[in-house]
Design a protein around this ligand. Structure first.
Ligand code: NDP
Ligand code: OXD
Length: 316
């Protein structure tokens, strides 16, 4: 009944913590897996292709991340083993902070104030009140819905878009292909919290950015803003740069990139209206991840289903 920790740069620390939190449990660290048939559970992130399939008694994969696109890169990912993705209030809270911080940063014109500060210029800039700004959240799941509630409490007009119809208190909800255009047309600040799947890859492209609201382009909010904390594969970076330079997009806060770490020669680093963070919008602590994993294993051993099971067909 061993747990294997595999495929994360924090694997050694997960392994040590799991052993200390559950001293009676057999916890192994890849590649020291021991006899393959012993492995029942895996705590995994970017696993080498084909390895998980080689454990004949694997019963549960726990994803180190809330997103599971990294696991699906393995073409031999065992099809019949459930995947529990990491969902935790600590991670959710951090993402809510990130989305709120960057929404406020752009509506309160902080990039422009930083430029004025560098020039020692004392000047008032027109700023919209929260109630004048429409924030559209693409991906109204665990993280999107929690962010929506806090933005709503700050007074923003909040819209959300997802795959299936939703009802979220105080949020105007749109769904599916048919809902995308009306959603974008009412969005001044687009916050992207989608998973990366076959359907969402490259969705944040020039065409989509052009469909954002044009009403937001008045002196208090000079143009639409993009915040992406979902996955880099959702965005087309050359299109974001072109949209910024063409005035179709006023600014962007990006936490995730097509290639990570973001290469030092990417023009995004030096763009005056782009804020870059190194994929840490919602850092997940090792302790929370390990405790989550052990909880899921306990559930399985009690005959319960693990929580937050990934829908294989949908890819998230
Ligand atoms: P959830 O699975 O709870 O929510 C995903 C949302 O996206 C759902 O509302 C879902 O719709 C919607 N969605 C999925 N596919 C489509 C589609 N094709 N069209 C429209 N909507 C779609 O995920 P979380 O909120 O927990 O996490 C979202 C993502 O955030 C993760 O997948 C991960 O990539 C990223 N992330 C980034 C972090 C960072 O530090 N930058 C940290 C943690 C996560 P529906 O409601 O209908 O299912
Ligand atoms: C995640 C992440 O998916 O950190 O949890 O990106």
């Amino acid at each position: 009944m061993a747990l294997l920790v595999i495929g994360s740069d924090r694997a050694a620390s997960f392994h040590a913590m799991a052993r200390s939190f559950a001293p009676s449990r057999d916890v192994r660290l890849w590649p020291e897996a021991g006899p393959r048939e012993d492995i029942r559970y895996a705590l995994a992130w970017q696993t080498p292709a084909g390895v998980l399939k080689s454990f004949p008694n694997l019963e549960l994969i726990v994803s180190v991340g809330a997103g599971v696109d990294h696991l699906f890169r393995d073409p031999d990912l065992p099809a019949n083993v459930p995947i529990s993705r990491y969902v935790d209030p600590d991670l959710t809270g951090r993402m809510v902070e990130y989305i709120t911080l960057h929404t406020l940063l752009h509506t309160r014109r902080m990039l422009a104030y930083q430029t004025l500060q560098r020039e020692a210029t004392w000047r008032y800039l027109p700023e919209p009140a929260a109630h004048q700004v429409r924030v559209g959240i693409m991906g109204l799941g665990v993280l999107g819905a929690a962010s929506a509630q806090v933005l709503k409490a700050l007074g923003y007009q909040v819209r959300g878009w997802g795959r299936s119809p939703k009802s979220v208190d105080g949020v105007t909800c749109f769904a599916g292909e048919a809902g995308l255009d009306p959603f974008l047309a009412e969005t001044d600040i687009l916050a992207v919290l989608l998973p990366l799947t076959a359907d969402t890859r490259g969705i944040v492209n020039r065409d989509l950015l052009r469909r954002l609201s044009r009403q937001g382009r008045h002196e208090r909010l000079p143009g639409p803003v993009l915040i992406n904390a979902g996955r880099g594969g959702l965005q087309v970076e050359s299109d974001i740069l072109a949209a910024l330079d063409a005035g179709e997009l006023n600014a962007a806060s990006l936490d995730v990139f097509e290639v990570e770490p973001l290469p030092s020669d990417s023009p995004l680093w030096r763009h005056p209206r782009v804020v870059i963070t190194p994929h840490n919008a919602a850092e997940s602590t090792s302790e929370s991840i390990v405790r989550y994993c052990l909880r899921q294993i306990e559930r399985v051993e009690q005959g319960l289903t693990a929580e937050n099971i990934v829908d294989r067909a949908a890819g998230y």
